[in-house]
Design a protein around this ligand. Structure first.
Ligand code: S6P
Length: 565
C-alpha cells in the first residue's frame, strides 16, 4: 500500500458506516446491468446479516405515535403511517399514528434539504402535533444518525419524558453519530444519542441501531437505509397492532418472524434478476438519449414510484422530469396531511389523469413507461391506460405482483414488453391485505431503486460507487463533499475545504468573509451552483484555476470520463 492509499484507507475508517464506500459496489460504474443487479443484491443482503435488532415492547394505550425524519426517512415515515392507520381503521379505532417530514408535505415530492439542518424547527413541529397529548411514542429516524432536525426532536422528548417515549432509529453505532455543532444549538446529535442510551437503561428511551454495512452508492441512504427503516418499523407497528387489537403477546420470536418474511421478499425479488437487468438497460438507454422514464403506479405502489423518482433529483442531480412518478387519483390517493399540492408547480402534478393530459400527447418511443400494480388493483383501469399508452409507444413495461391463488390474467401481462411479474406464495389467509401490500411495496422499492440507480450509473453519473456531483445543500452533504475530495485526492481536510469553497463562491481568491462564514451560509450559496464537487476535485488534482477546471468539465460531461486526469 502506498502513502496515498494508506491515507485514503485511514480516512475511510474514520467515516460512519452509512457514509463509507461499500467494497461490494466499488466497480458498479464498470459492469453491465446483470452484474449490477448482483451487486445490489449483495449490498441489500447485508440488511439481513446481523440480526441485532432490539425487540421493542410498547404499551398499546399510547395516545399518539409519531414517526419523523428528513428526506427518504420522512417519506418512509409517511408511508408507514398511511398503512398503519389503514390497519387500525379496520377495528374502528381512531387514527393514532402521525408523521412529520422536514420541510412539510412538499418534501415528499421534492428535495427540501435545508430544514434537515434546523433542530429548533424539528422540536417546534413535534410540539405542535402533540399538543394536548398525554402519551406520545416518538420515533425519530435518521439513518446516518446525523439529522439536526431529528436531534432537536429527540432533545425535546428527553426534556419531557413524562409525556414522550423517544425512539431513535439509525444505522450507525452511537459512537459514530454526528458530533459537529448544529445551528444555534449547544448540543450535537451524538450528545442526544448518548442521552438516549442513558435513558434506555431505565426503559425511558430506546435506540435501535443495527449496522447494515455501507450503501451501494456511498451515503445514499434512500436505498438500504430506507428499506431497513420500513422493515423494522413495520415489524414493530404490526406487533403493536397485534398486541393492542388481537390480544397477542409480542415476543422477540414474532418480531424475528416478520423480519424473516422481509428476507423472503428480498430473495424473491432479486430472483427476478433477468427482468430487473432488462429494465435497468431500458431505463439507462432512455436517460442516455435524454428521454424520460415514467412510473405509473396504483395505490401505495404509486407512492413508491413517486418517491423513487423524486429522489433522483438530489441523488443524481437529475431534472425532475427525467424520471417521474404518477399515482391513480393523485393527491386523493396519497392521503397526505396537507392535501392537494398541485398548485405548487409541475413537480406536484402527479395523477394518472395529469399524465394523460400533459405527457401522453408528446410521449416518444424513447421514453420508458413502467406500470406498477398488483392483482388487488383495478385491472380494468390498468388495461385501459396501457391501451392508451400503447397507441403512442411500445416501450411499455410493468412490475406486477399477484398471488398463487389469485393471479393477474395473461392477457393483462401480454400488454407489456418486459414484465417483472412476481407471483407470491403467501396466501391472503396467512397475512392480512395491508401486510401483503407492505411486502409488495418493499419488493417494488428494491426494483425501482435498482432501476433508477442502475440507469444513472449507465448514464455515467457515478464514479466508482460515489455520486461525486452531489448538490451541497445541507451540512451533511457539505461534510460528505469534503470526505469525497479527501478520498480522491489524499489531501488534507483543510486543503479540500478550501477548494470546495472556491468552487462554491466561484472565485480563486477566497475572502476572509467567505472562509469564516458558517456552514449554513456555504450551503445556501452552494444550492445555486452546479458541479461544485467535480470542479473542486479538478482544481486540486490538476492544480489549476477555477476557469480551467470548469473548462475541463465542459469538455467531459460524463463524470466517469472527467475523473481521468
Ligand atoms: C438519501 C436521501 C436524503 C436522506 C436525508 C435524511 O439518499 O437523498 O434525502 O434521506 O438526508 O438522512 P438521514 O440519515 O437523516 O436518514
Amino acid at each position: 500500500m502506498n502513502m496515498d492509499e494508506l491515507k485514503q484507507s485511514c480516512h475511510e475508517l474514520s467515516l460512519p458506516v452509512t457514509e463509507k464506500c461499500n467494497p461490494i459496489s466499488r466497480d458498479i460504474d464498470r459492469v453491465n446491468g446483470k452484474q449490477m443487479v448482483q451487486i445490489l443484491r449483495k449490498c441489500d443482503a447485508e440488511i439481513f446479516e446481523k440480526k441485532n435488532h432490539d425487540p421493542f415492547h410498547q404499551d398499546p394505550e399510547e395516545s399518539l405515535i409519531v414517526l419523523s425524519g428528513c428526506g427518504t426517512s420522512g417519506r418512509i415515515a409517511f408511508l408507514l403511517v398511511t398503512s398503519f392507520n389503514e390497519m387500525v381503521k379496520a377495528p374502528k379505532q381512531k387514527q393514532i399514528c402521525s408523521y412529520i417530514i422536514a420541510g412539510g408535505d412538499r418534501a415528499m415530492l421534492t428535495s427540501q434539504e435545508a430544514p434537515e439542518d434546523d433542530p429548533a424547527l424539528g422540536a417546534r413541529m413535534l410540539d405542535k402535533i402533540c399538543a394536548g397529548k398525554k402519551h406520545v411514542l416518538f420515533v425519530g429516524i435518521s439513518c446516518g444518525m446525523s439529522a439536526p432536525f431529528v436531534a432537536g426532536q429527540l432533545d425535546f422528548c428527553l426534556k419531557h419524558l413524562d409525556v414522550f417515549t423517544p425512539v431513535l432509529l439509525g444505522f450507525n453505532p452511537v459512537h459514530m453519530a454526528r458530533s459537529e455543532p448544529m445551528q444555534d444549538c449547544s448540543f450535537h446529535f451524538k450528545d442526544v444519542a448518548e442521552r438516549m442510551i442513558a435513558e434506555q437503561r431505565h426503559k425511558k428511551a430506546f435506540v435501535l441501531n443495527p449496522v447494515l454495512g455501507a450503501e451501494a452508492i456511498s451515503g445514499s441512504s434512500r436505498m438500504k437505509g430506507g428499506s431497513a427503516t420500513k422493515i423494522i418499523l413495520e415489524s414493530i407497528l404490526l406487533a403493536g397492532h397485534e398486541a393492542a387489537f388481537r390480544g397477542k403477546r409480542v415476543t422477540p420470536e414474532c418480531i424475528s418472524a416478520w423480519i424473516t418474511a422481509s428476507e423472503m421478499v428480498y430473495e424473491t425479488t432479486y430472483s427476478h434478476s433477468d427482468e430487473l437487468a432488462a429494465l435497468i438497460h431500458q431505463a439507462g438507454e432512455s436517460l442516455q438519449m435524454k428521454a424520460h422514464v415514467y412510473y405509473i403506479g396504483w395505490q401505495t405502489l404509486g407512492i413508491i414510484g413517486l418517491t423513487d423518482a423524486s429522489e433522483c433529483v438530489p441523488t443524481f442531480g437529475a431534472d425532475f422530469d427525467d424520471i417521474r412518478g404518477f399515482i391513480n387519483n393523485g393527491f386523493r390517493e396519497m392521503k397526505n396531511k396537507e392535501g392537494d399540492l398541485s398548485f405548487l408547480g409541475p413537480e406536484f402534478v402527479i395523477g394518472h389523469k395529469d399524465f394523460v393530459d400533459t405527457i401522453l400527447p408528446s410521449l416518444s418511443q424513447n421514453d420508458v413507461m413502467l406500470f406498477l400494480f398488483t392483482v388487488n388493483d383495478d385491472l380494468h383501469e390498468v388495461t385501459a391506460l396501457a391501451d392508451q399508452v400503447r397507441r403512442r409507444t411500445s416501450n411499455l413495461h410493468a412490475i406486477a405482483h399477484d398471488l398463487e391463488k389469485f393471479t393477474i390474467p395473461e392477457t393483462v401481462c401480454n400488454m407489456f414488453g418486459t414484465v417483472l411479474h412476481i407471483t407470491w406464495s403467501f396466501s391472503s389467509e396467512e397475512v392480512n391485505s395491508v401486510v401483503m401490500r407492505q411486502r409488495w411495496e418493499l419488493s417494488t422499492k428494491w426494483c425501482l431503486n435498482a432501476i433508477s440507480t442502475g440507469a444513472h450509473v449507465l448514464k455515467g453519473k457515478v464514479y466508482m460507487n460515489y455520486m461525486i456531483d452531489l448538490r451541497v445543500t445541507n451540512s451533511k452533504l457539505y461534510r460528505r463533499a469534503i470526505n469525497i475530495l479527501q478520498r480522491f485526492t489524499g489531501c488534507s481536510k483543510g486543503e479540500c475545504e478550501r477548494a470546495l469553497l472556491r468552487a462554491i463562491y466561484s472565485t480563486d481568491d477566497l475572502s476572509e468573509d467567505m472562509t469564516s462564514a458558517d456552514v449554513w451560509k456555504h450551503t445556501d450559496v452552494a444550492n445555486r451552483r452546479d458541479q461544485v464537487v467535480p470542479t473542486a476535485l479538478v482544481m486540486i488534482q490538476c492544480g489549476c484555476t477555477l476557469a480551467e477546471a470548469r473548462h475541463h468539465l465542459d469538455c467531459h460531461p460524463v463524470i466517469r470520463d472527467a475523473m481521468v486526469f
